[in-house]
Structure formats: C-alpha cells, structure tokens
Design a protein around this ligand. Structure first.
Ligand code: AMP
Length: 396
C-alpha cells in the first residue's frame, strides 16, 4: 500500500475519501469532531502542493434515493471551514450531479470542494462500478483516508480504486497511522500484552476475541458480554444480557485461554438493577449473588480494583468495549475507572471502538492514551486479522 508521499501530486486533481461520519447530539450539533480534525494533515498536505482537491464522505445512513437534509454534510463543511482556516472551501449540493461536477471543474490550485454525502447515491453501498467511475473522474489521484469506513465494500472505498493504477492511488496519513498502529501492536506487541474487551454482546466480538487469545498474555472481560461467560461458568445471571447460543463458544474461548496460559478475568462483583433505567434501584453484589429478575449493568468496585491490579504490569493494552452501560451515569463508573487506569498505566495504550472512544472522552483521558482509533468496526476487523476491503483495493 502506497503512502500519499510516494505520489507525485503537485498541481494535480486529487480525490480524497474521508470519514466525516461524526456523531451529533439531539440538536444536530457535531458532538465529537475528531474525525474531521484527523483528516486535516492529508488535506493540508495536498493544499500545500497546489492540488485541486475533491473530498467525499458518507454521513449516517440515508436511504440512497437522493438528498436528505438530515444527512447533509453541510454541518461538517462549516466545522471543516473553521478548523482548516482557509476561505477556499466549497460545498456541492449533490454527489455526481451538475453542481458538483461544475464546481469541481472550476477549482483552482489549493481549492477544496466537499461533495455531498456519497450515500445519497444507491451505487455507493452497492459498490457500483458506474458510480465509482463517476467519482474517480474527479481526480487524477485517489487517496483513501477513511479508515473508519475501510471495512466496507462500498464504491468510494473499493470499486473506485480499480480506476487508478499503483502510481495514482495511496493511503492518506490517518489511514497509514491507523493500519500501522494496529498491525504493529497485534503482530509484535511489547509484553505483557493485555486485552480489555467489553461492550454489549459476545457475538459482535467473537472473532476478535478468538484472535486475541492467540496473541495476548491476559484478557479482561467486562460489559454485557461478561454474562455469557459467567453463565457458561454456571452462575445465576438474572435478567442480564446473555447469548445462550454462544455459551459453548464462551467455554471454548476460556478453555483455549487456559491451554495457552492466558490469564482470563471476569468481573467479581456487579452493579445490578431492577430494570434498565436511570431510576432503577441498584445493588452492588458479588457475581455469585445476582438475584433472579435483576440485571447486571456495570462491573462493581471490587472488579475495578482487581482490573487495576491486572493491568498494573502491562506494556501494551488494547481496549475495545465499555465495562457497563456507560451512557447512564449510574452504570458508567466501571468504564470511567477503566479509562483512568489504562490512561495512568505506563503501557502503550490503544483504544478502538466508537463507544470506547466516547468513554475515554467523557473520562477526560483522550490525551493520555497512546492512540485512540477513529474507526470502531474497522479496528475490530484488524484485530480479527482481516484484510480490510479498502486496504486491499489500494494494494491491488
Ligand atoms: P458494543 O457496540 O458491542 O461495543 O457495545 C457497546 C454498548 O454496550 C454500549 O451501548 C453499552 O451501553 C452496552 N453495554 C455495556 N455493558 C452492558 C450491560 N451490562 N448490559 C447491557 N448493555 C451493556
């Protein structure tokens, strides 16, 4: 995979696929602009080389039948404008229609054009070649800097790369950084290497867990997925989240950990609630004492202390998935504590997953982590050992 620095882009037309799929609050404001900020180095690099730049991204999940105001990139364009601090930024009202095409044609050196949400066109998610060709026509060069979307076989990520030979396509700086980080850590970690895995379900992270067990020295399991493991060990878990069809898998993972000498940690106490609600009555109980009819929504204080001891000697920590329902304050302590412990450790710390990055942000620890990935699904796929379609397309 080439790096943008390997290409001779001076004065040329460059099409950059970014990932501006930023979270927004209930008022439509951008609540976390890390993805926009992370794209700036590549864009600035092109501006400094007098390129005519066309940027594309998806945003949310529109139907694919044309413009939908709710999913317009206009808000992103505004934030982008204030971050990039240049006046030469234009926004098109369509993707490959009249407006975008004519604005792209009239770009001058150093100008940046953001076209509308690529998912307004059905061809994007269908990896359609005709649509991909229309996008490819915007650039002499194709740069993919959308790490967060690289696990998808979509036209602006995958099919488009066919229209550029090896000297005309490359990864942007963000993409290169993300891939190198995960690859290096997974292939050659400084030990002890510890994985902290949480989140809602085992099913979403089964392959990642299976792959990690082969590589790590210790695993800590928290979040909703812990209950499938606890049930597999014969505990009463009440109404906690569980995937009964994965109990056998959970047993296989624990047996494999034992066989490989990987130390496997589950919560020793749980914050249980009478119902899934902010106003629920809660109790702190040992894992052995979860009452029928109650549900576990966070790891308890004893688990947090245990986990802190476990990561104490770590040299590399990879964290994916919150320890509890962190969106509700009452059940966020386990995740916030974990964030602090990881941030305070002397290890190389890598955080992947949108929710986990959100926890780290809430905890105020973002700057203390070695690396917070911008791509949840994509980083998980890398941990699973998969070659991402977006990476493969740049290589071939
Ligand atoms: P994931 O997308 O699999 O990383 O899961 C993240 C989600 O898991 C968050 O929205 C959390 O609220 C949720 N979660 C964490 N712990 C629990 C739990 N004990 N029960 C239910 N949901 C949980």
């Amino acid at each position: 995979m080439k790096d943008i620095r390997d290409l001779d882009i001076v004065g040329k037309r460059v099409f950059i696929r970014c990932d501006f799929n930023v979270p927004t609050d209930e008022f439509g404001n951008i609540s976390d602009d890390r993805r926009i900020k992370s794209a700036l180095p590549t864009i600035r690099y092109c501006i400094d080389r007098d390129c005519k730049i066309v940027l594309a991204s998806h945003f949310g999940r529109p139907e694919g039948n044309g413009f939908e105001a709710e999913y317009s990139l206009a808000t992103v364009a505004k934030r982008f404008h204030s971050l990039l601090k240049t006046d030469n930024i234009f926004m098109a009202s369509d993707v490959v229609g009249e407006d975008a095409k004519s604005k792209a044609q009239s770009l001058e050196a150093g100008d940046v054009l953001l076209i509308e949400n690529v998912r307004f066109e059905k061809g994007e998610t269908q990896n359609d070649e005709t649509f991909a060709k229309a996008l490819a026509d915007y650039g002499d060069f194709y740069i993919n800097d959308a790490f967060g979307a690289c696990h998808r076989e979509h036209a602006s990520i995958h099919a488009i790369a066919k229209f550029f030979d090896a000297n005309h396509k490359a990864a942007g700086f963000l993409m290169g950084k993300e891939i190198n980080f995960f690859q290096k850590v997974i292939q050659d970690p400084v030990r002890p290497f510890i994985a902290v895995v949480g989140g809602s379900k085992v099913s979403g992270k089964l392959q990642a867990l299976t792959n990690l067990i082969e590589k790590v020295d210790k695993v800590i399991i928290g979040g909703g997925m812990a209950f499938t493991f606890l049930k597999a060990q014969g505990y009463e878990i009440g109404k906690s989240l569980v995937e009964d069809d994965l109990i056998e898998e959970a047993n296989i993972i624990m047996a494999k950990a034992k066989e490989r000498g990987v130390k496997f940690y589950l919560p020793v106490d749980i914050v249980v609630a009478s119902e899934f609600s902010e106003n629920a009555t809660i109790k702190f109980l040992p894992t052995q004492e979860i009452p029928q009819g109650w549900m576990g929504l966070d790891v308890g204080p004893a688990s947090s202390r245990l986990f802190r001891e476990v990561i104490n000697d770590a040299k590399t920590i990879i964290w994916n998935g919150p320890m509890g329902v962190y969106e509700i304050d009452k059940f966020s302590k386990g995740s916030i504590d974990m964030s602090h412990y990881i941030a305070q450790s002397h290890a190389t710390t890598i955080v992947g997953g949108g929710d986990t990055a959100d926890v780290v942000n809430k905890a105020g620890d973002s700057d203390e982590m070695t690396f917070v990935s911008t791509g949840g699904g994509a980083s998980l796929k890398l941990i699973e050992g998969e070659i991402l379609p977006g990476v493969e397309a740049l290589q071939s």
